[in-house]
Every structure is written in structure tokens, then in C-alpha cells.
Design a protein around this ligand. Structure first.
Ligand code: C5P
Ligand code: ZN
Length: 462
């Protein structure tokens, strides 16, 4: 058995003695799948369990959750706020997290990739940590499929595939018969979007000439002679194309993009590993792991993470219906967000470029929008992207994203955001390539200047 599973087993022995357990997890796809994995495993060993998904565990949130159970499992969060937890929690708790461990902080009941030399931003997600714990506690290997959804939702793919311990979990899911993995055109919506719209709405990447250009997409597909309607005229999704049509589509798309300035390196990124859940309906938005993760994210980011947990635990009735309508809202919010930033532009400083969307974008999606802006063509790949929006009357939410090249060049957003936030009386945390903060409203200018200096220093000292 590997070292991380051994520690998981030990923590499991502790948890076996508990009852009336509360699972407190993060509100994004990784946190939602973490909660679903933990609740399922705890219930299968006969525990009485409750769960809640929160945006962050800032000191004020700890007060709200600390009476939820007689013992606690924190998943996909907790290590960033370990001092506050130790100060306020009376009940026993364990932490299953993958966010950066703040310097000088330790906790004996922590399961975390960094304790085992694994990178928590790409080799093991929060759902992965929760799965290892759940597997050792209950023997349930079928839960590995949800861990794959969590890792993909946490943007842990490297070069289009899961790596590190995430990959080990993927093979457990394949062995359990829960997931098919294969290489294919990896555009979003391959299962549940009508083919033309897979191109029209593609933002990662932006396809020059096709994204946001419906009539050009139809011309393009017609010129290739692709059959993208069924006999009654309904539009088909990519997965329903014949193998020949898939091949001519890929060849045609490659030529089209090469003619518009793409190089072969960029083209190769259109192909990636695709993961499908074998138990889901062939056309369900839950069939493709990326679409599944987006659906869960939609629940969390729009105030209903618990709906996502029920869906991840198997509900295909009223929670599922609700999740589908939250997904619609989510897509609309992202579209509005990207439009806003593209039309208002980014403000460049020396090492960062930022936007402040005030009340236009919900604070909960500002990080996703910031990440999407890299592929919009308006952002420089040599600078960190920082997005801001009002969170409430007193706070501004800040999200920062860096390319892997910037991280290799020395950028650590977790450290920089934490330092800059502390200087203006805010709180922050995250990973090297993606971190978030909450700062007092009115201190934004000071914050971005400070962050810019800190990141410039990180880049010049390596
Ligand atoms: O909120 P946002 O999407 O920008 O967060 C980026 C990453 O940083 C997420 O993994 C989030 O959990 C983490 N984060 C954190 N502590 C914060 C804010 C964000 O660990 N205070
Ligand atoms: Zn996570």
C-alpha cells in the first residue's frame, strides 16, 4: 500500500469511532464531488452524516458551521485556515485538502498531497484526497469516478490528460468499469451540444473565424459535407457523427485553423484525453466528465452546491432538473463576464493585467472568467490575470490565474496573493497557478499595485 493510503487508513480508524459527523466542503466541482464521495462512504459504513458546502472558511464562516456535528471532516478546504480552525473548533476534526499549506503551519490529522511529494494543483485534487480516504474507510472503489470528475473540474489536466496520483485514480475508475478514457477532439460539449454550437460557443480555445460566428460554422461544416442532422432534421452532437465524418471534421478543422495562423503545436492541443462515465446516458450532460464538472460548478457558483452533491450521489430527479437550470444560468453568467472583459479590456501593469467587473459579474464566477480570458486573444500570456468583482457591501473578491510558463518562471500566486491580501486587511489562499482572495472594498488599487510588485519580484528572483 502507498504511503498516502496508509495515512488515510489511520485517519479512517479515528473516524470509525465517531458518529454524528459533519462534512464541510468547498462549493466548487472538486468540493462537491469530495462531499459526495465522503457522504457515500460514511453512509455505507453506517454513519450518521450531514454535509455543507461553503465558499470559503473565513473566520466568520467557522462560527456558522461549528455546531453542525459532534465531529468534522473538512474536505477541499481547511488547511489555509488551520489556525482559525484550531482556535474555534471544540469538536475533533480531520482535514482532507490539497491547497497550499501556509508556511509554518502543521496539523497531525491532515491528509494532503504535499506531505507525499505530490503537487496539489495537478497531481491530486481535493476529491482525489477524499477518495483515497473514502476507499480506505469503506473499500468503495466505485467512488473513484467522482474523483475523476473533481480533478477535471479543478482544471488539473496537464497537456489534456490526468497525471500523477489523479492518473492512478483514473485507472481505478476504469478497472471498476465506471469510466472510459480515450483520445479525441476535446472541445467542450462533444456529448450534449449540437455540433454547430460546440464550435460557436468554444472559448477554450477560441477558434478564429468560428467561435461566436454561427453562419461561418454552418458554411464550414457544409463545405466538408458533414452530416450533422438526423433524418428529421434535428442537430446532432459530435458523438453522433460517423467515424468517417469525425475524421474529415478533424482534417478540415486543422486546415481551416492552419490557414488562420495556427501552428501544429496549437493544433495538437485540440486533441486530448476524453473521459466518459459508463453509467450515464449516452447524451446526458453527465456523460462527459468535463460537462459533468461544469454542471456541478454551476450549482456551487450559483448558490446551490448541495443540489450538486445530490446529483453526484445519484439523484436524477428533482435535484437533477434544478442542476440543469443552474447550468443555463451559469453559461449565461460566463458569457456576460467574458463579453464584459473583452469589451472593457484589461489594465496592464508590469507583471499582471487586471479587470474589475464591480457588480457586472457574480463574484463566484470571476475566477472562471479570469481563466477564460487567457484564451480570448486580448490577454498577454506573459502576465498574470487578475479579476475582481464586488462580493458584498464590504468586500471585493479577487481571483488570480497564471499560465504554466509563468509558474515555471517562479510565479507562486498562493504566496503573492496571501501577502498582498494581508497588507490590505484581506484573506487569501490557493495554488501556485490559481489563487483567490477577499479584500476590503476601496483597497483594490493598493492591492493590485502590491501584487504586481510581489509577482515582478518572484519573476526576477529565479
Ligand atoms: O476563488 P478562486 O476561484 O479564484 O480560487 C482559486 C483557488 O484558490 C481555488 O482552489 C480556491 O479554493 C483557492 N482559494 C483559497 N483561499 C481563498 C480563496 C481561494 O484557498 N481565500
Ligand atoms: Zn480543489
Amino acid at each position: 500500500m502507498d504511503a498516502i493510503s496508509l495515512l488515510a487508513r489511520k485517519l479512517g480508524e479515528k473516524v470509525r469511532k465517531w458518529d454524528d459527523i459533519a462534512v464541510v466542503s468547498h462549493y466548487d466541482a472538486d468540493g462537491i464531488t469530495s462531499a459526495a464521495i465522503l457522504v457515500s462512504a460514511l453512509e455505507s459504513i453506517g454513519k450518521d452524516v450531514r454535509f455543507i458546502n461553503v465558499k470559503q472558511l473565513y473566520s466568520d464562516q467557522i462560527e456558522e458551521i461549528k455546531d453542525l456535528g459532534s465531529a468534522f471532516i473538512f474536505s477541499d478546504l481547511g488547511i489555509g485556515q488551520i489556525s482559525a480552525l484550531l482556535d474555534s473548533m471544540r469538536a475533533p476534526f480531520i482535514v482532507l485538502d490539497h491547497h497550499e499549506i501556509p508556511p509554518g503551519k502543521e496539523y497531525p490529522y491532515l491528509l494532503h498531497p504535499h506531505l507525499f511529494g505530490l503537487d496539489g494543483s495537478k497531481e491530486l485534487s481535493g476529491a482525489g484526497v477524499s477518495y483515497i480516504f473514502a476507499r480506505e474507510l469503506s473499500g468503495r472503489r466505485d467512488l473513484s469516478a467522482l474523483a475523476v470528475v473533481g480533478a477535471v473540474g479543478d482544471v488539473q489536466l496537464v497537456g489534456g490528460a490526468l497525471v500523477g496520483y489523479n492518473r492512478k485514480i483514473l485507472s481505478e475508475a476504469i478497472e471498476a468499469g465506471k469510466i472510459f478514457a480515450f483520445r479525441d477532439l476535446a472541445l467542450y460539449g462533444r456529448v450534449s451540444r449540437p455540433l454547430p454550437y460546440m464550435f460557436v460557443y468554444s472559448t477554450d480555445p477560441i477558434l478564429p473565424g468560428l467561435t461566436a460566428n454561427e453562419s461561418a460554422v454552418y458554411d464550414f461544416l457544409d463545405s466538408l459535407g458533414i452530416r450533422y442532422r438526423d433524418d428529421s432534421g434535428h442537430l446532432l452532437p459530435y458523438v453522433d457523427l460517423t467515424p468517417e465524418d469525425r475524421r474529415s471534421l478533424f482534417t478540415g478543422l486543422s486546415l481551416y485553423l492552419l490557414n488562420r495562423g495556427w501552428d501544429t503545436d496549437k493544433l495538437s492541443r485540440l486533441i486530448g484525453e476524453v473521459y466518459e462515465l459508463s453509467d450515464e446516458d449516452a447524451h446526458s450532460p453527465l456523460r462527459d466528465v468535463r460537462e459533468y464538472a461544469t454542471l456541478l460548478n454551476a450549482c456551487g457558483r450559483h448558490g446551490e452546491p448541495e443540489v450538486g452533491v445530490h446529483v453526484a450521489m445519484g439523484d436524477r430527479g428533482k435535484y437533477y432538473e434544478e442542476a440543469i437550470s443552474l447550468l443555463r444560468r451559469h453559461r449565461e453568467a460566463l458569457r456576460m463576464g467574458v463579453d464584459y472583459v473583452v469589451s472593457n479590456g484589461l489594465t496592464p501593469l508590469s507583471a499582471i493585467q487586471y479587470f474589475h467587473a464591480q457588480d457586472v459579474i457574480p463574484a463566484s464566477v470571476v475566477g472562471i472568467v479570469a481563466g477564460m480570458i487567457y484564451s480570448s486573444g486580448i490577454a498577454s500570456f506573459d502576465k498574470v490575470i487578475v479579476g475582481m468583482a464586488y462580493e458584498d457591501e464590504e468586500h471585493t473578491k479577487v481571483s488570480a490565474r497564471a499560465t504554466s510558463r509563468l509558474v515555471s518562471a517562479g510565479v507562486d500566486l498562493s504566496v503573492a496573493m496571501r501577502r498582498a491580501a494581508e497588507r490590505v486587511g484581506g484573506e487569501a489562499g490557493g495554488h501556485k497557478p490559481a489563487a483567490g482572495a477577499r479584500i476590503p472594498r476601496g483597497r483594490e488599487e493598493e492591492f493590485v499595485q502590491m501584487l504586481d510588485r510581489l509577482i515582478a519580484t518572484q519573476l526576477s528572483s529565479t
